[in-house]
Design a protein around this ligand. Structure first.
Ligand code: BGC
Length: 504
């Protein structure tokens, strides 16, 4: 009896100390890992019709089909960052971050979509914002396009029109010329996966075209061409003088096998969602697995050819190699399997894959149920990217958790503690080449079709007050400490909780 008690104590102590060892081992932020925060133009700027700005597809969407937004709100004023960018920069500086990721509103810079008439007031706003960041020692990372293209271009077909690749490249060139001398990292396009499936395939976000999977695939096809053209142009005309880095952002979840050891469903889900865009850039063409499956499904539906468009050998070569880093937005993970009955995925994004994805209801969720706290899925993904593409430099360009607002955001701190720890482990233990980690997001903002009901900010914005006052949340001071010490800080637990988390 006594012996087994001593053994138990021994077990507890050794388990404790191995946990502590683990904690210490993966707490230090290495010198090669830069830490920043991000925002997107439509989500924060407001001033939707100020400074000669043109109408974007989001202005059009929220004004014409307001019922598509959960709380019928819009981004007309949003977080008012068009006027308050100096306050925002002060807050970023207080956080001690290395960089800030912002996006440019295409319609503010080119109101009628054409690079022939640049809106000087519009581009000046971005000069001012970027100058303010630089003056405060904060590196700017610029997303050229985060979902808000001019409505006039949508009227000509938007991403269904191959000419969009040319229009996008002309717009990108305006930004290289104007901002390139002071911006050393450009992201061409944010998440083709989400915009193409939810905005062109479906109706959830602007422009809500409802064109099904064929529409979504065509959208991705044209975006890959647009990205590659913009990347090549930078190489030909600007790289030698400006010496910046360029990439595109993929939205990738973690796909954990429902049945241990059964890896094909995970592989399939990964290639359909993440590989769809990333394979073309890092390996060449769409993944074989995706090409075969979509061809098969198309045949079964009686189509004369696959609904996944084909690249010519010239395009395959042209797109391949067009990234200086792997841009990664990651939020959560799923369990995946091949179902025995008909699939009931809540999004048709994976339907052609034949894979079923679900969340384990035991996994803790943020205010939106698809955002579950499952950090091991992030580790899985980082290792997958390492092995799939020969360990490219990875810039994590978004990572965050939604809640219902409030200043005591314990859950956000817990999420970031666990997720950043997973990154540190992937870097230090597994040799993953992660070079940037971006918290999402700086402010509470317009969260697309969720309106203002769900917030990601480290800073609360009073959305009902015309002054849009900013108040730092609890997570803000946690993050300040992380940056001050360059050391991951333990989560702050709510007063009622006195045990540590079991996610280690
Ligand atoms: C988008 C962000 C958005 C986040 C949370 C990402 O897909 O890039 O703009 O705020 O998801 O929903």
């Amino acid at each position: 009896m006594e012996k087994s008690f001593i053994f138990l104590i021994f077990l507890v102590l050794t388990h404790r100390s191995s946990m502590q060892e683990d904690d210490n081992a993966y707490s230090k932020i290495p010198a090669g890992l830069k830490i920043g925060i991000g925002e997107a133009s439509y989500q924060t700027e407001g001033a939707w019709n100020i400074s000669n700005k043109g109408e974007s597809i989001w202005d059009n969407f929220v004004h014409n089909v307001p019922w598509k937004i959960d709380d019928q709100s819009n981004g007309d004023t949003a977080s008012d960052s068009y006027y308050k960018y100096k306050d925002d920069v002060k807050l970023i500086k207080m956080l001690g971050l290395d960089y800030h990721r912002l996006s440019i509103s295409w319609a503010r810079v080119l109101p009628n979509g054409s690079a022939d008439s640049i809106n000087q007031e519009g581009i000046q706003y971005y000069h001012n914002f970027i100058d303010e960041l630089l003056a405060n020692g904060i590196e700017p990372i610029v997303t050229i396009y985060h979902w808000d293209h001019p409505q006039v271009l949508e009227d000509m077909g938007g991403w269904m029109n191959e000419s969009m690749a040319t229009w996008f490249t002309e717009y990108a060139e305006v930004l290289y010329r104007e901002l390139g001398p002071k911006v050393k990292v450009f992201v061409t396009i944010n998440e083709p996966q989400i915009l193409c499936f939810q905005g062109y395939g479906g109706t959830l976000i602007a422009p809500g075209r409802n064109l099904g999977p064929a529409g979504a695939y065509t959208c991705g096809h044209n975006m890959l061409k647009a990205h590659a053209k913009a990347y090549r142009l930078y190489g030909e005309k600007y790289r030698s003088a400006q010496n910046g880095k360029l990439g595109i952002i993929s939205h990738c979840s973690g796909f954990l096998p429902e049945t241990e050891g059964e890896t094909l469903p995970s592989e399939t889900a990964y290639q359909f969602r993440c590989g769809w865009i990333s394979h073309a850039i890092f390996v060449g063409d769409y993944p074989q697995l995706m090409k075969s499956k979509v061809a098969e499904v198309s045949r079964n539906e009686g189509l004369s050819e696959s609904r996944l468009p084909k690249f010519s050998p010239e395009w395959i070569r042209y797109i391949n190699g067009t990234a200086d880093f792997f841009g990664l937005n990651h939020y959560s993970s799923y369990l995946v399997s091949f179902p025995t009955t008909t699939i009931q995925n809540d999004s048709f994004m994976l339907d052609d894959s034949g894979v079923s994805i679900r969340s384990d209801p035991r996994w803790e969720a943020g205010s939106l149920k698809r955002f579950r706290i499952i950090p091991e899925g992030f580790g899985w993904l980082l290792r997958k990217i390492k092995s799939e593409y020969n360990n490219p430099p990875v810039y994590i360009t978004e990572n965050g958790l939604p809640d219902n607002g409030g200043l005591q955001d314990y859950q956000r701190i817990k999420y970031h503690y666990l997720y950043l720890k997973e990154v540190l482990r992937a870097v230090q233990r597994d040799g993953c080449n992660v070079q940037r980690y971006t918290f999402w997001s700086l402010l509470d903002h317009f969260e697309w079709n969720s309106g203002y009901r769900h917030t990601f900010g480290f800073i609360n914005v009073n959305m009902t007050s015309p002054g849009r006052e900013r108040t730092p949340k609890l997570s803000f001071s946690w993050l300040q400490n992380v940056m001050r010490t360059r050391q991951l800080q333990p989560p702050i637990l709510p007063p009622s909780v006195n045990t540590t988390t079991n996610h280690q």
